[in-house]
Design a protein around this ligand. Structure first.
Ligand SMILES: O=C(O)C1=C[C@@H](OP(=O)(O)O)[C@@H](O)[C@H](O)C1
Ligand SMILES: C=C(OP(=O)(O)O)C(=O)O
Length: 434
């Protein structure tokens, strides 16, 4: 039986203060393990995120026969090239990780192996047809429940040919799955994005010596290229830093510096939106040397005003919408978030869970078909809330609890370990929790 965890959080009286570093970027950590696993030579990953999702990726690659040493945020991968991957003897378990199942499916599609992939009860509800359709077009024999819509997925890979695919949705996971399959297909595979999404796969493939052509929203990769091992320095995860950027803005008397955060343009929508709302954020020490840019972010509390978030901005802050919604409850005016229907197919339906849980605390949030309407300047009060097993909802509620009058109890708080296992330790360095 799974234990239900309950975390108590009380209002912080003196603000959030201090200098912190957030754990490594989740998206980049997954990709470093997968690409290191098919490269030739020793790949070293520094600043790896030892969160449950990325540990699932390591476990899957080990099942495929890759030797991986992991100690905290340090990883060494003994890469022997893609031909050394062996057929897994058991089902590949991806846990709660959408990135693991979608990217790994793309990788496996190109290899002459049979594999079965499944995850937890949240993964079982998330759409897989978005990758199954293009991978089938490339020649993959692939199936899943309801004609490939849902997990478990089975893949009988190999013998792929290239495609020129126009994506019907904005998704870095779908783009990456196709590019990883294209790596082992004949001809040149192209993907044209509907809207620009995070480009970590493209950047990391280049870091492993692969030629990737980019032309606006079109990305192309010639098949049959091999990867050469490298050292990957993973920046701090801006999606984790986002909780403190928002907290520092809305919790009075705060002053936080977050060191070494990844500031890839495809991920910095959170900074743009908070600044537009009136937040005081300073970006310093930008380092562009590495394949992914890093910077230090400083935030001090400031009065916020409402905004509208829509269109091309959405993929640049898709995972930050729960914490942006909390910030908007404290802003002057009504914030409108639209074009964010993708939120319905994350770890939970985040349109519903954000509204339901924050409204328990006194917020006034309405749901729409593709977003949220958030009425500002609503004082929050402590309540018994639930992460519903969604890490980002859990962290957002913990920050809400630091702002609300009285005590907040967060049920299923253990979900936070998916992307930020030391979240409450960081919180305790910034303020008194209880
Ligand atoms: O490629 C990635 O690492 C991710 C892409 C996004 O998902 P989609 O591709 O479904 O938009 C994001 O929400 C997820 O947390 C990580
Ligand atoms: C949606 C997320 O991740 P994934 O799709 O990898 O489960 C997330 O981290 O918010």
């Amino acid at each position: 039986m799974k234990l239900v965890t309950l975390q108590a959080v009380r209002k912080t009286e003196n603000g959030f203060n201090g200098t912190i570093a957030v754990p490594g970027d989740k998206s980049i950590s997954h990709r470093a393990i997968m690409l290191g696993g098919i490269a030739k030579g020793k790949t070293v990953v520094k600043g790896f995120l030892p969160g449950e999702d990325c540990l699932s990726t390591i476990a899957c690659l080990r099942q495929l026969g890759v030797n991986i040493l992991q100690e905290g945020d340090y990883v060494e991968i003994d890469g022997k090239g893609v031909e050394q991957l062996r057929e897994p003897e058991a089902v590949l378990e991806v846990g709660n990780s959408g990135t693991t199942i979608r990217l790994l499916s793309g990788l496996l599609a190109g290899l002459p192996l049979y594999a079965c992939l499944q995850g937890d009860s949240s993964i079982a509800k998330r759409p897989m047809n978005r990758i199954v359709e293009p991978l089938r077009l490339m020649g993959t024999k692939m199936d899943g429940r309801q004609d490939g819509k849902y997990t478990p997925l089975t893949i009988n890979g190999g013998g792929l040919h290239s495609i020129d695919y126009a994506m019907p949705i904005a998704s870095a996971q779908v783009k990456s799955a196709i590019l990883l399959a294209g790596l082992h297909a004949t001809g040149t595979t192209s993907v044209t994005e509907l809207q620009v999404s995070r480009d970590h796969t493209e950047r990391m493939l280049e870091a492993f010596g692969v030629t990737v052509h980019r032309n606006g929203k079109k990305v192309s990769i010639a098949g049959k290229q091999s990867l050469t091992a490298t050292t990957i320095n993973v920046p701090g995860d801006i999606s984790s830093a986002a909780f403190f950027l928002a907290a520092g803005s809305i919790i009075p008397n705060s002053n936080i510096t977050i060191q070494g955060v990844g500031v890839n343009q495809t991920r910095t929508g959170i900074i743009d939106v908070l600044e537009r709302m009136g937040a005081s954020i300073t970006v310093t020490g930008e380092d562009e040397q590495s394949f992914e840019p890093f910077a230090d972010l400083k935030v001090i509390s400031a009065p916020l005003k409402a905004t509208e978030i829509a269109g091309e901005l959405i993929p640049r802050l898709i995972d930050e919408i729960p914490i942006i919604a909390l910030a908007a409850t404290q802003a002057e005016g009504t914030t409108i978030i639209k074009d964010a229907g993708e939120l319905k197919v994350k770890e939970t339906n985040r349109i519903d869970t954000v509204a339901k849980e924050l409204n328990k605390m006194g917020a006034h949030i309405e749901t729409t078909a593709d977003g949220l309407i958030i009425h500002g300047k609503t004082p929050l009060k402590g309540a018994h809330v639930n992460s519903h097993g969604d890490h980002r909802i859990g962290m957002m509620l913990a920050i809400a609890g630091c702002l609300a009058d009285g005590e907040t109890l967060i049920e299923n708080s253990e979900a936070i370990k998916v992307s930020y296992p030391t979240f409450f330790e960081t919180l305790r360095t910034l303020c008194e929790l209880n």
